[in-house]
Design a binder for this molecule. Structure first.
Ligand code: PEP
Ligand code: MG
Length: 883
């Protein structure tokens, strides 16, 4: 096995496609080298070494040392310097680089190779002793922190003490001699913490750093991040070792990060920040305020500091050319890091840039229009779940708002919530159902869980590429970063700005699209669904095979779903219609009645309301298919809870309270989800389904007579386990249908079908299909009954199952394709064998979950049905599944 891959001098042993082996950073450094871009030479230790390392008790493969030695010698040859040389020392950076980018999660060491001897060599060579000793102290601090595990505030204290003792304020005021003093202090910190001196041997430094990168793959932060982003631990990380270039050697040096298009809006404009005379991490750390790359960026952000376009026009032109070359080559928006050393540009990284959901949409649609990518690629570029963010509210422009500060628009969307100051508090409050805004001076990887729990994130320090901004965009949380007018006092739990005070628990609103911070809750409005969104959805619709319907029973939901492109209703849960204030008493009366006559009396009260419900739905759906499921109540949901409610029911039914109480007790079930529900109710009390069927048929006739629109209702029987159940109930429906048709003189076409939501039904699908005109997979109940896990009680132990690796996902969210999916597949095959044109759909929650939608495509279902807001997600996922 080859463990090490070199790059440099316009060529490389690796390629962009080798991400699994070289990690994202390593593969792209190789690719940029191959493209002839100015990349400092280096090499990548592969992810297979990481895997080997953990599989062999933290030991390296035998030949690794020799390969690293040879690759290092190759760097020395190219740059003409020697690692550890007293006169002309080569310094290297050591960085992690996993397959998927894990921002801020893994550690970096710069300036490696410096020691008491080489630092003097660097000082002589560069002619800048201050720079050399500053580099050395940075190295000790970074190496001490990430490799030797010495807490960095110890170093900070040494520096602060020195500044205080010498009446110095800024790092830039420190001279070479000052830094030498600080270095002495730093070394004492290490000696004290470890009981041994700071390692002087560059080889020991190098292997220490490599070990630390591999070690950090298993640190708690990395593990949390992987869990949040579904990254398997087996992937491992690579290590990249590269000749150092310096952005901090003077005024003709700089370092920066940039996006080839605006990562917030998607606008096709170069977007980035740089710092003159600074080293890599300074930009991201948010310690100094970065300057903009372009004049346009500078103006848009109201900055008075010169843009790179002005201060270093030649280098900027070169960088802009690199930008265009990278976009053409990768055919995607790139996130790049660069350093300018004495007016010479070096590229340190390129990767596909993280972007907000609106930016992803605009970039994909623009790139299709530019001819850079195909329609299909455009469709595949958008994560279906991210559409969620486009469908979320923005601030109502007419609302009055009391703006208290303005920061950077770091991640769009408006969010209101209670002010909290720590990630822990954010998580705790969110767990109690509160909306919270996490307010921090700045965030670090330790805060990720709190950022996840918060509706929005507000920081007072840091730029568009600060940790808070990058992570919030990735998570789709709205974020205002660097709102510098705000003073956060963690101790007192208070934010002050001029004479305003905001305390923990107060409500604020942030707008991550404008950077505004406002007092109180500001009203929001729904987003625009035209333009790029409509265009992309149009392409998706053209490429998908499956239809997308919605689960809806209220006119509002049905209209919303139509607006989002639903092609019919896949599940109208009629029991949800029974809770409305105008009928719940009659419904309870019906449920509690002791005789058929009593039930019919109550049903007669409900019937006209039910007919009106269906008329309304049919009108909204304008001839699109509408699947109406007959009553499926876990009975307990309908029983009156309080004595007051029982009194009301008794009054409506003309009976006394005692009778109602007695009947309530009688109907009580130990296990209502497996109790007298679904078609079992129809078998016991056919008059209920009779009333519902009549309401459906009469509504179809009424709509036809009123609008001329032909409605073909699909009447669905829930919780069927045997063909007999369906036969009996279909006969009831057919009889009522014939009566309505005869009475109205209007022929109504209709289908009678069933839910497949019990394992027995799936297995008996061939027989059931003799009666059923369609199947709709009720994967909520099918998951529940296949696993024998209660939908209502699973929350108590599912997290343990996920932690233990028994279940990768919550099976009620993402379809268990292996087990539940097998039943779906069996039922689809057997149903089709009996009835080749049987309509197959899914209406469990999984119908709006992208990976479950992919499965439905594979099984060949005709449609998926999901809640209204997930309709666009399902449309896109269905298109991706079909491509
Ligand atoms: C199902 O079981 O998947 C389903 C759609 O029905 P409900 O969730 O109403 O039980
Ligand atoms: Mg069900």
């Amino acid at each position: 096995t080859k463990w090490v891959y070199s790059f440099g001098e316009g060529k490389a042993e690796g390629r962009a496609e080798m991400k699994n082996l070289l990690g994202g950073k390593g593969a792209n450094l190789a690719e940029m080298s191959n493209l002839g871009l100015p990349v400092p030479p280096g090499f990548t230790v592969t992810t297979e070494v990481c895997t080997y390392f953990y599989a062999h008790g933290r030991q390296y493969p035998d030949s690794l040392r020799a390969e690293v030695g040879a690759a290092l010698a190759e760097i020395e040859r190219i740059v003409g310097m020697k690692f550890g040389d007293a006169e002309n020392p080569l310094l290297v950076s050591v960085r992690s680089g996993a397959r998927a980018s894990m921002p801020g999660m893994m550690d970096t060491v710069l300036n490696l190779g410096l020691n008491d001897v080489t630092v003097a060599g660097l000082a002589r060579r560069s002619g800048d002793a201050r720079f050399a000793y500053d580099s050395y102290r940075r190295f000790i601090q970074m190496f001490g922190n990430v490799v030797l595990d010495v807490d960095h505030h110890h170093f900070e204290e040494v520096l602060e003490d020195h500044k205080r003792g010498h009446d110095l304020n800024l790092d830039t005021e420190l001279t070479a001699e000052d830094w030498q003093e600080v270095i002495k202090g730093y070394k004492e910190v290490v000696q004290e913490a470890l009981g041994r001196p700071f390692p002087q041997d560059p080889q020991e430094q190098l292997w220490g750093a490599i070990g630390a990168v591999f070690g950090s793959w298993m640190n708690a932060r990395a593990i949390t991040y992987r869990k949040l982003h579904d990254i398997p631990a087996e992937w491992g990380t690579a290590v990249n070792i590269q000749a150092m270039v310096f952005g901090n050697m003077g005024g003709d040096c700089a370092t920066g990060v940039a996006f080839t298009r605006n990562p917030s809006t998607g606008e096709n404009a170069f977007y980035g920040e740089y710092l003159i005379n600074a080293q890599g991490e300074d930009v991201v750390a948010g310690i100094r305020t970065p300057q903009h790359l372009t004049i346009a960026g500078k103006i848009a952000n109201g900055s008075d500091l010169p843009a790179m376009e002005e201060s270093m026009p030649e280098v900027f032109a070169q960088l802009n050319a690199v930008r265009l070359k990278l976009e053409r080559h990768y055919r995607d928006m790139q996130d790049i890091e660069f350093t300018v050393q004495q007016s010479k540009l070096y590229m340190l990284q390129t990767r596909s840039g993280k972007r907000t959901a609106p930016a992803a949409l605009k970039i994909a649609v623009d790139m299709v229009r530019e001819g850079l990518i195909s329609e299909k690629e455009g469709i595949l570029r958008i994560e279906p779940k991210s559409l969620d963010q486009l469908l979320h509210p923005t601030l109502d422009p007419k609302a009055t708002k009391q703006i208290i500060a303005k920061g950077l628009p770091a991640s769009p969307g408006a969010a209101s919530g209670k002010v909290v100051f720590t990630a822990e508090e954010a998580e705790k409050q969110a767990g109690l159902g509160e909306n919270v805004i996490l307010c921090r001076v700045e965030t670090s990887p330790e805060d990720i869980h709190g950022m996840h729990a918060a509706k929005g994130i507000l920081t007072t320090r840091g730029g568009m590429t600060s940790h808070a901004a990058v992570v919030a965009r990735g998570m789709g949380r709205s974020c205002v970063a660097g709102a510098g007018e705000l003073r956060i006092d963690y101790k007192r739990g208070i934010i002050t700005v001029r004479n305003v005070e905001v305390r923990a628990g107060d409500i604020i609103t942030i707008d991550g699209s404008t950077g505004e911070v406002m007092l109180g809750e500001v009203p929001t409005i729904q987003p625009e669904l035209s333009g790029d969104f409509a265009e992309l959805m149009g392409w998706a619709d053209a490429h998908r095979r499956m239809k997308v319907r919605t689960n809806a029973e209220t006119p509002l939901d049905a209209r919303t779903a139509r607006k989002f492109g639903a092609e019919g209703i896949g599940l109208c849960r009629t029991e949800h219609m029974f809770f409305d204030a105008d009928r719940i008493i009659a419904v309870r009366e019906m449920i509690l009645a002791e005789s058929e006559a009593g039930r019919r009396t109550a049903l007669a009260k409900i019937a006209p309301m039910q007919r009106k419900d269906f008329v309304e739905l049919f009108k909204i759906m304008k001839g699109l298919p509408v699947t109406i499921r007959l009553l499926d109540p876990p009975l307990h949901e309908f029983l009156p809870n309080s004595e007051a409610e029982m009194v009301e029911v008794a009054k409506a039914a003309g009976t006394d309270l005692q009778k109602v109480q007695h009947r309530s007790l009688q109907l009580h079930e130990a296990n209502p989800m497996l109790g007298h529900r679904g078609c079992r109710l129809g078998i016991s009390y056919p008059e209920i389904y009779e009333m519902q069927a009549r309401a459906i048929f009469e509504a179809a006739v009424e709509v036809f007579k009123e609008t001329g629109e032909t409605v073909i209702p699909e009447i669905m029987i829930p919780l069927v386990g045997t063909k007999k159940e369906l036969d009996i109930l279909k006969a009831v429906i057919d009889r009522v249908g014939a009566e309505v048709i005869a009475a109205s003189g209007h022929k109504v076409d209709y289908l009678v079908g069933t839910m497949i939501e019990l394992p027995r039904a799936a297995l008996q699908a061939a027989k059931i299909a003799e009666t059923a005109g369609f199947f709709s997979f009720g994967t909520n109940d099918l998951t529940q009954t296949t696993f024998g896990i209660s939908r209502d009680d699973a929350g108590a132990f599912l997290p343990d199952y996920q932690r233990a690796g028994i279940l990768e996902h919550d099976p009620f969210v993402t379809l268990d394709t292996e087990g539940v999916g097998e039943l779906v597949q069996i039922a689809a095959e057997r149903g089709r064998k009996t009835r080749p044109d049987i309509k197959l759909g899914i209406c469990g929650e999984h119908g709006g979950d992208p990976s479950s939608v992919y499965f439905c495509e594979k099984v060949g279902l005709d449609y998926v049905s999901c809640s209204p807001y997930r309709v666009p997600i399902a449309r896109l996922a269905a298109a991706q599944a079909a491509i």
